[in-house]
Write a protein that binds this ligand. Structure first.
Ligand code: EPZ
Length: 418
């Protein structure tokens, strides 16, 4: 086990190169199940979630070779149709192999992913969509057993709520279904656009990409292709806070700022100076952090994956701020730890009332989930003295070369073996 030790309290200044997006790479990798041709993915981030997805695809029979951030997938020998509990429980995003496995084999079994720190995370919408496309779904001793002996067929799928994962599973399953599928109330996240672009590069016929209504004309088979994973807008948003929360500035490179416009506009509302460029942006502290009232929403609204990070910034802002979490039912695991670092936060239901304090206090804290952990890092960078963050594996799921990127901005941070 490792911990991160941060000696904070000084302004950061430096450049951060953004890595490939975890939440794009995972569905792109799952889409490789839809063809028996070779898929080459580049700009894949080195993260433990990516390693878990590689383990799962290898277990199913995929041949995977890696060189640097490039992966070659060949899935002509998929022999296993069951995604086992011990892999799925490590990463609930494993559920997005269901659509591809079912489309390819006509049968798939996957362990129910179970909840996680931030909520129950059911998959009923994934299953509803596949049933509409002709799959028979049984739940048996903790596993979903899905069969479509005559193959999947196009259908109109009208999601009652927006779901990123369910939209992804449906896109993957519909690409080679017989007939046309229309997804209504589809998720519009950039990672969905990346997945649809990959599928079209493989020969799929998807239109309405990035809209809330997507049409997929099923094709008989998909080809191989070479594709580069989009940059990570949540990693970029996290480092965008690191400069202003320390009274410094960070220059983010390798991402179009339009991918995180709602985050940048929130930072501007809070008094941060944001300078946008073609393939990057800079955020700088500009005298003080102003109070704000923010709600998490589906894309293009303010992302739930940035809630913990902006909450940390609000903690050391002026006045009283409000943060409302509307996507997940339990995404405030970072709050008790931020309070231990001196924050003044009151939780009422899904809303935080945050009274700004002058500075966080260094402390020993515990990471609980990926994004909660990033808010503790930001608090530790702000606090004078040594903050230790335990259970670093939560962070390694979603932030590539974390300490190196912070050190490049002048942070005094080290990974210590416990
Ligand atoms: C994806 O999770 C992301 N994960 C999450 O990022 C992100 O927070 C989330 O989308 C929302 O943007 C990946 O892409 C791997 P949802 P996903 O289905 O697909 C409910 C991170 O930190 N729901 O859009 O699981 C669900 O409970 C992670 O990188 C159902 O009720 O999210 C939630 O309340 C955390 N039934 C809401 O919908 C379903 O069948 C949104 O979930 C599916 C979802």
């Amino acid at each position: 086990m490792y911990k991160l030790e941060i000696n904070g309290g000084k302004p950061l200044k430096g450049k951060v190169q953004i890595s490939g997006a975890k939440n794009a790479a995972l569905p792109l990798m799952a889409a490789c199940l839809c063809t028996d041709k070779e898929i080459n993915l580049s700009n894949v981030p080195k993260l433990s979630d990516i390693a878990t997805m590689n383990d799962l695809l290898s277990y199913l029979g995929a041949e995977i070779s890696q060189s640097g951030n490039g992966f070659k997938f060949s899935t002509k020998n998929i022999k296993e149709v069951r995604a086992p509990y011990d892999i799925v429980k490590k990463m609930r995003a494993s559920v997005i192999v269901l659509g591809g496995l079912l489309a390819r084999n006509g049968y798939a079994e996957i362990s129910l992913p179970g909840g996680c720190a931030i909520g129950l995370r059911p998959i009923n919408l994934h299953l509803m969509a596949l049933e509409k496309m002709g799959a028979e779904i049984d739940l048996d001793s903790g596993y979903v057993k899905a069969s479509a002996k005559n193959g999947l067929k196009g259908a109109v799928i009208d999601f009652p709520i927006v779901s990123v994962g369910a939209t992804e599973n449906t896109l993957i399953a519909a690409a080679t279904a017989k007939g046309t599928t229309i997804i209504k109330n589809a998720a519009r996240e950039p990672e969905i656009v990346d997945l649809a672009n990959l599928l079209n590069a493989m020969g799929a016929k998807i239109s309405g990409i990035g809209e809330s209504e997507i049409t997929i004309e099923g094709v008989s088979s998909l080809n191989g292709c070479t594709y580069s994973v989009m940059p990570d807008r949540i990693e970029a948003g996290t480092y965008a806070v690191a400069g202003p929360i320390t009274g410094g500035e960070t220059e983010i490179e390798g991402i179009n700022p339009s991918l995180l416009e709602s985050t940048l506009q929130t930072l501007e509302k809070m008094g941060v100076k944001v300078t946008r460029k073609q393939n990057g942006f800079t955020t700088a502290f500009d005298g003080k952090i102003l109070p704000a009232s923010v709600q998490t929403e589906v894309y293009p609204g303010f992302p739930t994956d940035m809630q913990a990070q902006i909450t940390a910034l609000m903690c050391v802002g002026a006045g009283t701020s409000f943060m409302q979490e509307n996507i997940f039912e339990n995404r405030f695991m970072h709050i008790p730890e931020l309070i231990r670092m001196g924050a003044n936060i009151n939780i009422s239901g899904h809303t935080l009332e945050i009274k700004g304090v002058s500075q966080f206090k260094a402390a020993e804290v515990m990471a609980t989930d990926l994004r909660a952990s990033s808010s503790l890092i930001l608090a530790g960078l702000n606090a004078a003295g040594k903050t230790s963050i335990h259970r670093l594996y939560h962070l390694d799921r979603g932030y590539e070369n974390l300490e190196e990127k912070l050190q490049a901005c002048g942070a005094d941070v080290a990974r210590i073996k416990e």
